[in-house]
Design a protein around this ligand. Structure first.
Ligand SMILES: [Zn+2]
Length: 504
């Protein structure tokens, strides 16, 4: 009997706000423990939460980016449970009336999928994206434990997918696509190293073709996408193996042990509804106005995948180049600024990706001697200020088009073009001015090339004899000599033709 996996993902994402969800404490990473705290996020008695408007906006913005419906009524609920990192003994979340619902995400994936987006791409449906608060962090020392509440009350969005995912690889691609969208939309920095994205994985298996769902196994709190993939690569065969042996799987929660490469059981769930949800009496329901929704909608950006496909279609770029411009958005914008007026956008993209990017990296490396404080907002700002960016370029984007034009018109050879580019990067001079100043224009005057060919033939009797004896490669050597004599300016194709004519 063949089995199939049914996977749904709950992805928790920290929102990019200045302050926390219910108080004015900073939403910042890396501060000393318990320095970004106040009575509200410490859950002291008698305090009142005040919702963070920007967090509400980012959640609804996510709804728009994920093709969701935005209900005109949403509310906050209390989810009751005890844990030392959550002093209120309940988490404020959205239970039955979330801020967004019923969307979908499309992505690129070569494996097997069943659902297709309206654009014909693999898709996963989104049940909802709702808003809640993060909890603190337990820290375990050698002989005791502590709690850091800096993260408590940080706005957290939970994006719940439908169980539309059928393999570890598909889960991985979905998560990456989701992350790209959230970063593009300015919803979250999605910095995995800082724990900004965490994932709960729900996975069950069933006989292929069956409509009934198997027992749901939850793997909690995964903090890397590759970890999710590895956990599923372990867990799916484990469940199939159990069923093949005739064992019965029961609904349970498991933990992924990344070092051992296995999942192990934490607890089994007897009842699904043990959180005693009820509406938070301290918080008003959310009823967004048309004007508020319009403001949020105005922040919708072109999605990464749409951008990639547009770059491929409009400028004839290969997928890898288009993807580079998706990941490096400023570089892509820089390219796009010039590409519209270019006759050969593909060549312009080559210069931007292969040469300009390398030169920028080089310039930044030479500035890398200074290393501002790591992991702090100020450190990040300092590092950013040190970067040599596109704004610092001495030449105008049109200069790249001019350079492409010179190569296309065969005015200069491609090796001379490299020299021109390096010079224009350093000095900001125009390509034509550099070509004239350095005498780099390609010689296509047959008379001049004939003279270089005669010289090369006279000076190299050995290779000439080789060529005449049938060794065709000897021609390349002679061609190289002609290029040398012409100081790299001879039109190489023409030099080859003339040499061959003379030798035959
Ligand atoms: Zn606070």
């Amino acid at each position: 009997m063949e089995f199939e996996a049914v996977i749904g993902l709950e992805t928790h994402v920290q929102l990019k706000t200045k302050s926390k969800m219910w108080c004015g404490c900073a939403n910042a990473f890396g501060a000393p423990p318990n320095t970004n705290v106040c009575p509200v996020c410490l859950g002291l008695p008698g305090v009142l939460p005040v919702p963070n408007d920007e967090a509400l906006r980012l959640t609804v913005l996510t709804g728009y980016l994920l093709n969701c419906e935005i209900p005109r009524f949403a509310k906050f609920d209390r989810k009751s449970y005890f844990y030392p990192d959550m002093p209120k003994n309940y988490q404020i979340t959205q239970y039955d009336r979330p801020s967004t619902a019923n969307g979908w995400v499309e992505f690129e994936f070569n494996g097997e999928t069943t659902l297709k987006s309206p654009n014909g791409l693999p898709m996963v449906r989104i049940t909802r994206a709702h808003l809640e608060e993060d909890v603190g962090k337990n820290v375990h020392f050698e002989r005791n434990s502590g709690v850091d509440f800096n993260r408590a009350g940080v706005p957290l969005m939970e994006i719940v997918s439908e169980p539309d995912i059928s393999s570890a690889d598909m889960a991985y691609e979905y998560l990456n696509a989701l992350k790209d969208i959230l970063v593009y939309g300015g919803v979250s920095d999605c910095d995995m190293e800082k724990g900004m994205v965490r994932c709960d994985v729900n996975v069950s298996v069933r006989p292929k073709g069956s409509k009934e769902l198997g027992a749901k196994i939850e793997i909690k709190n995964m903090n890397s996408f590759s970890g999710v993939r590895r956990a599923l690569e372990y867990e799916i065969p484990r469940q199939i193996e159990m069923l093949k042996k005739g064992a019965r799987l029961i609904q349970s929660t498991r933990r992924w042990d990344d070092d051992a490469g296995i999942t192990d059981e934490m607890r089994t769930k007897e009842h699904a509804h043990d959180y005693r949800y009820f509406p938070d009496p301290d918080l008003m329901p959310q009823a967004p106005t048309d004007a508020w929704l319009a403001e949020v909608k105005a922040r919708v950006v072109e999605l990464p995948l749409a951008r990639k496909q547009r770059f491929m279609k409009e400028y004839g770029l290969p997928a890898t180049d288009a993807q580079t411009f998706v990941w490096d958005r400023p570089l892509g914008n820089y390219f796009e600024g010039m590409a519209k007026q270019s006759k050969n956008p593909k060549a312009a993209a080559n210069w931007v990706i292969n040469n300009l990017r390398a030169k920028l990296a080089e310039a930044n490396e030479s500035r890398a001697g200074v290393s501002p404080a790591q992991n702090s907002e100020e450190g990040q700002a300092e590092r950013a200020a040190l970067l040599y960016t596109l704004a610092d370029l001495k030449f105008k984007p049109e200069a790249i088009l001019e350079l492409v034009g010179l190569v296309d018109a065969k005015t200069i050879s491609s090796s001379a073009a490299q020299q021109v580019f390096a010079e224009m990067f350093d000095t900001g001079k125009s390509p034509m001015a550099i070509v004239q100043e350095k005498g780099l224009a390609q010689v296509s005057d047959t008379g001049a090339i004939e003279k270089f060919c005669d010289e090369a033939i006279a000076a190299n009797p050995g290779p000439v004899a080789d060529f005449k004896a049938g060794k065709a490669v000897a021609l390349n050597f002679l061609k190289g000599q002609v290029m040398k004599l012409s100081k790299g300016k001879a039109n190489p194709a023409l030099a080859g033709e003339i040499l061959e004519r003379k030798l035959r």
